[in-house]
Write a protein of this length. Structure first.
Lengths: 440, 440
């Protein structure tokens, strides 16, 4: 096993000020203690926590904080002369996390953060601050937990032009969708269970409405295509509207339902969106279940690549933070977006309406003669061509029945137009469920 | 899209001397030309080929070499004052490749290589040369082609203690095993087809006998466990003995057959081996088919991780070589084994006989009363406990019949003893096929 050679152990340590002592902060302190010898060898010098900051000093976190300087105010870590690096684990795109990171970079202190919202919303500004002050800003833990997704894209695939990047970027949604598929239960029921198990927050909206995945996709797309993507321009849909019925229809059609973040480089620019998708069940990304995440990409030279692992949790996230610290200790860090910021311009995602692709639509209709003719006429008038159709056995004429349509690839604007018109038909009893099909 | 800012484009270029102009060398020259602007931006300066060396100057490689200085002798690249970095794409653990890399490192010139045999056999010595001369030695392309497996293990997972590492490391074998499973054909038949398609060499032994995978596993294990593993101590089996029948039995049992390289950190030391294995068909690594490779690992904090992609070919390999060149251009390179060499001692793999695990054994026996009793008695006497058994329907008493046994986890030494004794039984008509079961 790796143990630290004497010259590394006696070298000047890299001294950390850790802001935020939730599960990830506690996990990092545990990891740095348990793997100290190995990390010293790989970093070429010891990596040590010297100071911490959190809101409640008295809370029992299950770790011994006695040897660290305590700061009630995270901002004081920046002026602490015994802190070389700020580790920001507070979270949130604004407030104390943003203030701390800006202050640290302005003071020339390197920052390591797990804060996806901060980088997704303010990465452009922070990259410039990092460069102007020659203070590295690292955020491996912000995307896909323990998976070294940032390093893979920014360095491992740096020589290639990526055509698209994306994947399964939110473990809570993947857990819920996997459990819905496996048990046939409804969204609300599975969400409640996920909350009990600690896989979903009391307020689950950041996860189940796709926002967390969109933060991560924004970061991946910015790295992959070499320009910071403007978060607000990314199209975001969550998974609340997916029902138990959709899983049985998807199975019949040979698909699985996953919340997919996907960004493509098109001729018109970057197109980035997060939405539930039907993925062929034989595709590698369709096999990624439960709380696991996966990042997939395709490059012109490298072809397709997929990385799969634990996307959240104290251990995986701490591993990613500490890997960044080793790079810092060795002074082998790359620029925030992989290139210098000169000439980098933030770009807006193209609107979702420009997408070309196939769709799955589930309708609840009254079982009456002429229904299918009416719906087919709308689709024809909107230029949408049908690939296949499944109708659930009905309880009798006039009863409500589920009808699923699968289209050939079509323009999303035409599809949205058709859905509006279909929704307005008297025989259509509730809003259609529209899910994109991606042949990943 | 990323384009190079003016300050990067006008910075001092990194000048390459490329030794070896086979498909990978030609692919690298193409990639550096096609992606020049993007690479300049990410490297912070242009990355340019200035000199090349190969055996036959006249051969048409489909690329324009006119702007490069030609050397008939690769060793002359080291003394060429217009070459900053040696890119070694000659191949082979000895001869001109080894001589070139040693000469370059001794002269203080950094080396980027795709040569797995060289690093697997001489990595320990070359790491010391690299360190003594302050000349980086990079070899991302040596393992799993375009997959950034080296960077993932050496840097992305640097903060964690890995319990095991391995995967599907040879695309030729994975192609052959996938085709055998899908078509029911025999090894020789599928190999001949793979040779026609260019997926297998005229002399396929380095691939199909497991040697290429063992080179890659040796490198991964050395990185994962922090000590160079001695190549000759790695247990290596190929896939020639796997028959069409084994695929139908594996399917019945719920497994797939893959050539797996696997290295574990045990209490007694590192145990590394390459061999065909039965993998549960629901496992992610069992889904990796055709020429694709996958690297899997498990760490104490990070949990399980898998990276999957194209393991060979000009494009993916060139992408990996060029990613190393970008790291070199930015001066963000890590030591060969992730740590300084002081105190690093090469380690031998523990013998395969120490493995604890389950086995699949296929026997060809005469269909006679008492056969199973005889075999069961041998297993009992060797301390091997049976989990299940399948007997093929027989053509009649006295005819030969296939019999498959699956054991509970057992010690490999006892299993090998049992196989020797079973082979010697008069009712056993040909050498048993023994395949390990790994629950990856």
């Amino acid at each position: 096993m790796t143990s630290a050679p004497e010259n590394a152990a006696s070298a000047t340590p890299l001294r950390l000020g850790v802001a935020g002592l939730g599960t990830v902060g506690a996990g990092l302190i545990t990891l740095l203690r348990d793997n100290a010898s190995l990390i010293t060898a790989r970093a070429g010098r010891p990596v040590e926590v010297t100071a911490v900051a959190a809101r409640d000093r008295k809370r029992d976190r299950g770790i011994d904080l006695a040897s660290f300087t305590w700061h009630d105010n995270a901002a004081d870590l920046v002026s602490d002369p015994d802190v070389d690096v700020i580790v920001e684990l507070i979270g949130g795109a604004e407030g104390p996390a943003r203030a701390l990171v800006e202050a640290a970079l302005n003071a020339g202190k390197p920052v390591v953060t797990a804060n996806k919202a901060l980088i997704a919303l303010h990465g452009d500004e922070l990259a410039r601050l990092s460069e102007q002050n020659n203070a590295p800003l690292l955020f491996e833990a912000a995307v896909a937990g323990g998976i070294p997704a940032i390093k893979t894209v920014r360095e491992g695939l740096a020589a290639d032009r990526l055509l698209w990047i994306g994947g399964i970027l939110n473990g809570t949604c993947n857990y819920i969708l996997t459990a819905m598929r496996e048990t046939g239960r409804d969204f609300a029921d599975v969400l409640a269970e996920a909350q009990e198990l600690g896989y979903a927050e009391a307020d689950p909206s950041t996860d189940v409405d796709g926002i967390d995945a969109a933060h991560k996709l924004t970061i991946l797309a910015s790295l992959a295509f070499g320009s910071p993507v403007i978060f607000d321009s990314v199209h975001v849909e969550g998974i609340r509207h997916i029902g138990a019925l959709d899983f049985s229809f998807a199975r019949t059609l040979g698909y699985r339902i996953k919340l997919i973040g996907l960004a493509r480089q098109t001729e018109k620019g970057v197109e980035a969106r997060v939405a539930p998708c039907l993925i062929p069940e034989t595709s590698p990304v369709a096999q990624v279940d439960g709380v696991f995440n996966a990042v997939i990409a395709e490059g012109t030279f490298v072809g397709r690549l997929m990385v799969e692992g634990r996307g959240a949790g104290a251990g995986p996230t701490a591993s990613a933070v500490a890997a960044d610290l080793i790079d810092l200790a060795r002074n082998t860090t790359a620029p925030v977006w992989g290139t210098e910021t000169t000439g980098l311009q933030p770009v807006r995602s193209r609107p979702a309406s420009e997408r070309q692709g196939a769709f799955y639509i589930r309708l609840t209709v009254a079982d009456r003669p002429g229904v299918i003719a009416d719906i087919a006429a709308v689709l024809r008038d909107c230029g949408v061509s049908l690939n296949s159709m499944i109708q659930q056995p009905s309880a009798g004429v006039g009863e409500s029945v589920a009808l699923v349509l699968v289209t050939h690839p079509t323009c999303e604007a035409g599809m949205q137009d058709a859905v509006s018109k279909i929704t307005a038909l008297p025989v259509v009893l509730s809003p259609p469920v529209l899910v994109r099909i991606e042949n990943l």
